[in-house]
Each structure stands twice: as C-alpha cells, then as structure tokens.
Design a protein around this ligand. Structure first.
Ligand code: SAM
Length: 232
C-alpha cells in the first residue's frame, strides 16, 4: 500500500519511480528505529509516504537539483535530503544534524541502501560553516527554526549564485516579512515563494526560495547563543 501511494505520488509529480523500493526500505528502517528512539511523530506508513517522502520529493519539481552539492541543515531522520537523493541520484548530498543518535541512524540507512557517497555529519550548522563556508549549491531545511535564525545557519554554507530553500507552512507570511532584513544582511535575496500540494492530501506547503547574491560577511554565523538571543 505504501508502495502504491509512493508510485502514484511520484507519478503525479512526473518524477521517476526507480527510487520507490529504496524509499520503502528506508520507511522500514525508520519504523523499526522509531520504536527505540524518537525520530518522528508520524508513524502511519501512508502518512510517512505522503508527509515525509512526497513532501520532500516535491522540491525536485520546484528547483533544479541535478548534479548539485546539497546540504540538508537539521535533517533529523533525513528529511528532506534523503528522499531527494533517492529520487534524484545525481545529487551530492550532505546530511547535517546536531544530534549524534540521529546521524548514527542516517549512517545506518545510507549503509543499508548502498548510498555510500552521502555524507552524514554530526555538527551544529553554525560550527560546520567555519569548515565548509560557501561550498554548497543548495541548502535545504525543514522544521528547524524560524526564518531569521535559519537564514543565519544556512546562507553562510551556500555559494554565491546558489540557493537556500526553506520548507515552511502556507501561513508563514509574517515569518517571511520578519526575515527580510536578515536575508539581505547575509547576502541573500528573497524570491517569490512557491506554494505546493502534497499528492493524495489537501495539504499545501510553501517553499521559501532565497538566492545567494553576494558573499556572507565573515562575522556570520555568530554563536548559537547570540543568534537565538538576538536574531538578525
Ligand atoms: N528536518 C527534519 C524533518 O523535517 O523531519 C527534522 C526536523 S527536527 C524538528 C529539527 C532537527 O534540527 C533536529 O534533529 C535537531 O537536532 C536539528 N538542529 C536544530 N538546530 C540545529 C543546528 N544549529 N545545527 C544542526 N542541526 C540542528
């Protein structure tokens, strides 16, 4: 049944179906590990298919990921990065999370699915930026922080000319307005957001698109304590 939902959903998005068996195996590993550690509150297999996998895969229809170096900041159990990489294998993916146990789980999944080239990094984004500043074509992120904070965590990682894509709810209008100053201070430009539907549901989500138009000043990102206490 999960397989049918995934096939139908990917077909609706005009995306290839070759990744379906890997997504089903990933769902199995997620369900098993979720018994012993908190990875996701979404446990019904069809909800996992729609709210995790198809929600993530929808991004492939909204931006060009082919052959790109992509970092998923605060990936948790792998969303949206891993479904993106499974459906679009040309992506060079880095999964980044501050929680070691989650990164250990991601390494197990990548091992189980023979995704040897996926980099799983246990680090805080604001620390990782010192090492891999402006080296990614695309940063993606879902459900990690409000946009002014998230922009400071993600934009320093993106090359000039690249994109930061933030997955948000459709009522993120105020958050978006509040982020304008932070985005421009960090070298970004807010593009028109795109609302999209998740196949098989009435749910609509929003992709906030930020283009990196100039280098981020070296003083960003600040420490997380400063980012949190005084968002840009
Ligand atoms: N993106 C996943 C999703 O949509 O299912 C996970 C969302 S979960 C609510 C937030 C994740 O962000 C957690 O796994 C947390 O460890 C991670 N996180 C929060 N702040 C972070 C930071 N500064 N650097 C790296 N990871 C961070």
């Amino acid at each position: 049944m999960m397989e049918t939902v995934l096939r139908q959903g990917l077909e609706d998005l005009s995306l290839p179906l070759e990744g379906v068996p890997a997504l089903v195996r990933y769902a199995g590993m997620l369900a098993e590990k979720n018994q012993v550690m908190n990875l996701t509150a979404i446990t019904d297999p069809l909800d996992v298919a729609r709210l995790h996998f198809l929600d993530s895969a929808a991004l492939l229809t909204l931006a060009d990921f082919r052959g790109k170096a992509v970092v998923d900041v605060g990936t948790g159990a792998g969303f949206p990065g891993l479904p993106l990489r499974i459906v679009e294998p040309s992506i060079h993916l880095t999964l980044l999370d501050a929680q070691r146990k989650r990164v250990d789980f991601l390494r197990e999944v990548c091992g189980g699915l023979d995704l040897d080239d996926v980099e799983c990094v246990h680090e805080r984004a604001e620390v990782f930026a010192a090492e891999r500043r402006e080296t990614f074509d695309i940063a993606v992120s879902r459900a990690v922080a409000a946009l002014p904070v998230l922009a400071e965590l993600c934009l320093p990682l993106v090359k000039v000319g690249g994109q930061f894509l933030a997955m948000k709810s459709v009522d993120s209008g105020e958050e978006l307005s509040a982020a304008g100053r932070a985005v421009s201070l960090l070298g970004g430009k807010l593009e028109k957001p795109i609302d999209y539907g998740i196949s098989g549901t009435n749910i609509r989500h929003r992709l906030v698109i930020i283009t990196k138009i100039c280098e981020t000043q070296k003083k960003y990102p600040r420490t997380f304590a400063k980012i949190k206490k005084n968002p840009l």
